[in-house]
Design a binder for this molecule. Structure first.
Ligand code: FAD
Length: 337
C-alpha cells in the first residue's frame, strides 16, 4: 500500500513537466506527443489499481511460484513468441542481451553507478504529516551525521493516517554489518548513532503534530544504484547472422527494473510507463520488428537520460544537505564553474 501510494503518476502533461526537479529535462528529452501517449493509459491504470485495492481482493490474481533459470526461459521460446523480462533489478535475462561471447556474463549488458548505501525507514503515523526542505533542516538540526531525510511529496495521507518513508545515508561498513531487514529496536541496539538521528527526527514530528507511530518501524538496508541495460531488447541478436540462439528468432524486451533502475522513490512509475509504452508498440500490428526494437530502445534511453539527470541532481542536493553545517565542505561540493 505504501508503495502504491508512492506512485509518481502524473495527472496531466502539464503536471508531468512542472516537476520542480526535472521539468525542463523532460521537455528537453521528450516530444510532447510522446509524453501524451504515455500518460493517457497511466491515469486509467492508476484508477483501475485504486479500484482493485478498494475492492479488497474481489478481483483475484493468481500467483504461480517458480524460480526460472535463464536456460529454462530460453528453452520455452517458440518462434513467434515475444518474451518480456520483468524480473526486477537482478534481471534474469539482462546480461544475455549483449550478443556474442560475453552474453550471460555478469554485467555484460549492465551499466551501473553505485550512488550510496542507505536504510529506508517506513512507518505509519496517526496524523497528517508533510515535510518541506525547511522542516527537513530544522528537524535534523542536532543530527550532524546520519541525517534522516523523509520522502517529500511521496508521503501518503489517506484521511486518517500517513504512510511515511525516509532515507538515512549509511557507510559501506554499516551496510555490510546490517541484515537485509530489521526493526527500530534492532537499530537502536546495534546502531545507536543512526537510531538517535532517526528518533530525534520522529520525536520532533510528534511534538509538532501530537501524533503517534502506529505499529513498528520497518527498516530495509539497500544499495542505492543507478543502472541501465545497454540493450533493452534483443535487437543485436536479431541482427546476428548464422546463429540459432533463441533470441535470434524471438524478440525479448526488458521492462521495469530489468531495463533500468533508480533510487529515490521514482522507479515504480518509470516501470509502469515502460510497460505501457511497450504494450502500445506491440499493439501496432503493422509495425516491423526492427522499428519496434529501435523505438523501444530509444524510449528507454530517453527515460535513462531523464532519470540519470534527476538522480544525480537529487544525490548532489542530498550531499549538500548532509554537509549543510560545514560551510567549507559545502563550498567544496558546489562546483560553481
Ligand atoms: C525498500 C524499497 C523501497 C522502495 N520504495 C519505492 C517507492 O517508494 N517508490 C518507488 O517508485 N519505488 C520504490 N522502490 C523500487 C520499486 O520497488 C521497484 O522499482 C519496483 O518494485 C520494480 O518493479 P518490477 O516489477 O520491475 O520488479 P520487481 O518488483 O522486483 O518484480 C520482479 C518479480 O520477478 C520475480 N522474479 C525474479 N527472478 C525470477 C525468476 N528467476 N523466476 C521467476 N520469477 C522471478 C520476483 O520474484 C518478482 O516478483 C523501492 C524498493 C525498495 C527495495
Amino acid at each position: 500500500m505504501v508503495k502504491l501510494s508512492s506512485f509518481l503518476v502524473a495527472e496531466s502533461v502539464d503536471s508531468y513537466c512542472a516537476d520542480y526537479v526535472d521539468g525542463e529535462n523532460i521537455e528537453a528529452v521528450f516530444d510532447m506527443a510522446e509524453i501524451e501517449e504515455s500518460l493517457a493509459p497511466l491515469n486509467s491504470i492508476e484508477d483501475a489499481l485504486s479500484k482493485l485495492i478498494d475492492s479488497h481482493g474481489l478481483n483475484r490474481v493468481e500467483r504461480i511460484q517458480t524460480n526460472l533459470t535463464s536456460d529454462e526461459a530460453m528453452a520455452m521460446l517458440e518462434p513467434g513468441d515475444i518474451l518480456v523480462d520483468c524480473t526486477g533489478c537482478k534481471s534474469l535475462l539482462r546480461d544475455h542481451l549483449c550478443s556474442g561471447p560475453q552474453a550471460g556474463n555478469t554485467d555484460a549488458n549492465t551499466f551501473n553507478i553505485q550512488l550510496e548505501y542507505a536504510i529506508v525507514v517506513t512507518f505509519v503515523y496517526s496524523r497528517q504529516y508533510q515535510c518541506n526542505e525547511y522542516c527537513k533542516y530544522y528537524k535534523n538540526a542536532e543530527n550532524l551525521s546520519y541525517k534522516f531525510i523523509p520522502a517529500v511529496d511521496r508521503t501518503c495521507y489517506d484521511g486518517n493516517i500517513s504512510f511515511v518513508s525516509g532515507i538515512v545515508n549509511i557507510t559501506p561498513k554499516d551496510y555490510e554489518t546490517m541484515p537485509g531487514t530489521f526493526d527500530g529496536e534492532w537499530l537502536r541496539l546495534h546502531f545507536p548513532d543512526v537510531a538517535r538521528s532517526m528518533d530525534r527526527f520522529i520525536d520532533k514530528i510528534k511534538q509538532e503534530t501530537n501524533g503517534e507511530i502506529i505499529g513498528n518501524l520497518d527498516v530495509v538496508r539497500i544499495p542505492l544504484n543507478l543502472y541501465r541495460a545497454h540493450n533493452a531488447t534483443s535487437r543485436n541478436w536479431l541482427a546476428l547472422e548464422g546463429t540459432d540462439h533463441p533470441f535470434s528468432r524471438s524478440p525479448v524486451f526488458l521492462v521495469g527494473d530489468s531495463a533500468l533502475g533508480s533510487p529515490y522513490f521514482q522507479s515504480i512509475s518509470l516501470g509502469l510507463e515502460s510497460a505501457i509504452h511497450l504494450a502500445a508498440l506491440i499493439g501496432q500490428r503493422n509495425l516491423p520488428l526492427a522499428d519496434m526494437f529501435n523505438r523501444y530502445e530509444l524510449y528507454i534511453y530517453k527515460q535513462w537520460l531523464r532519470v540519470y539527470m534527476r538522480s544525480k541532481m537529487i544525490k548532489h542536493n542530498k550531499d549538500l544537505f548532509e554537509n549543510i553545517d560545514d560551510p567549507l565542505r559545502l563550498l567544496e561540493l558546489l562546483h560553481i564553474y
